[in-house]
Design a protein around this ligand. Sequence first.
Ligand SMILES: Cc1cc2nc3c(=O)[nH]c(=O)nc-3n(C[C@H](O)[C@H](O)[C@H](O)COP(=O)(O)OP(=O)(O)OC[C@H]3O[C@@H](n4cnc5c(N)ncnc54)[C@H](O)[C@@H]3O)c2cc1C
Length: 380
Amino acid sequence: MHDVIVIGGGPAGASAAVTAARAGLRTALVDKARFPRDKLCGGGFTGRSLSYFQQIFDAPRPDAPMLCRNEMAFYAFGQHLGTYQDCPPLYLAMRRSLDAELCARAIAAGAEDFTGRAMQSLTPDGAVTLVDGTLLKAPVVIGADGVNSPTARSLFGTAFNRHEIGFALEVECDTSPDTLPVRIDFGAADWGYGWAFPKQHGVTVGVGGLLRRNPDLKSLLERYLVATGLESHSTVKGQFLPFGHARKQPGKGRVLLAGDAAGLVDPITGEGIAYAMKSGQMAALAGIQSLAKGTPETALTQYRQDLRAITKAIGQARFLRQLMFRPIFRRVFINSFVRSTHLRHEYLRLLAGETEYSGLSRSISRRLPRYFWRTIANTR
Ligand SMILES: Cc1cc2nc3c(=O)[nH]c(=O)nc-3n(C[C@H](O)[C@H](O)[C@H](O)COP(=O)(O)OP(=O)(O)OC[C@H]3O[C@@H](n4cnc5c(N)ncnc54)[C@H](O)[C@@H]3O)c2cc1C
């Protein structure tokens, strides 16, 4: 018998497990993989991720190797929009080493290690069976098992809504990352973008966007690779991305969903590591409080309330996404990005996780008529 079972040892699960274990709860950390394991991801670790990491893991920064870049180059439809120095810093990590570290930190804090064993089934009252037949029981279970979440499937029948979900493809390039800036290409995918992120030993190139708007993402990636001038001999890998579809019900009964399993990815930037860590921590704190009161059945209500700060931000970003990605507004956004230092600055701060959407929404709404007239005047 445990107090909390955490399913999934990625950023969400490791954050939940470290929080619960440090509070003295008997915590089981289950993952189908043994760490280190690969995870398809750009590995962009923003200022927001760094500050959540510091709060949750009580360390100044991860030990996993990370590049830090202040230079960013922006393109749209093959056109170079500008390269900007002194941008707010973006850290770039390989998830293989980052996630292994987060998981190890949770185990070092006292979580019992059930990695290398997949969860096979669970019941809403907290009984979890692993593939090797081990039965674990706890009054609170946290499902942090990623976008294809077997936990969410077992609770709701499906892990996500195909109409809302995003999809992304990535390849690794051997090119030396030495002097390359972070590269972002608006329009490399519909309702999404393309990226080339320098890493310690190469460059990760990817395209991603709403699945229903990008039926042939593979061709878009091929075209994008040509545009970047980078060559890859690695296999193209793809994964769903819960791109702005936060679950209305982040759990059921005594089971709480965190991270990708709860659909907590930024609908504009695709950033998911920060919300995964924060929601994992929130789920564990809701579990800790409810257990202290002897009412584990109230954990979900508490968690849902706490999660509002994140779901509200995702809602605001979904609204703003219309202005950035909808074809009739996209040109206005791109023109304004080039011409308006203010907008560009706010966007860069957003990418680096240094600002929230409420500020950006207010500032864009105020300036929208001006942006529109400028674009119309320029296209005449
Ligand atoms: C191509 C791509 C690029 C991205 N780039 C970025 C980026 O640059 N920056 C950023 O912030 N975000 C990025 N994201 C999003 C980010 O990767 C996710 O939001 C983040 O990994 C979510 O963390 P998580 O802990 O919820 O899930 P995950 O990291 O997916 O971890 C889930 C864990 O659950 C385990 N699991 C699955 N099934 C079972 C089972 N049955 N039993 C036990 N364990 C199980 C898995 O092994 C895994 O370890 C990107 C996503 C994609 C697809």
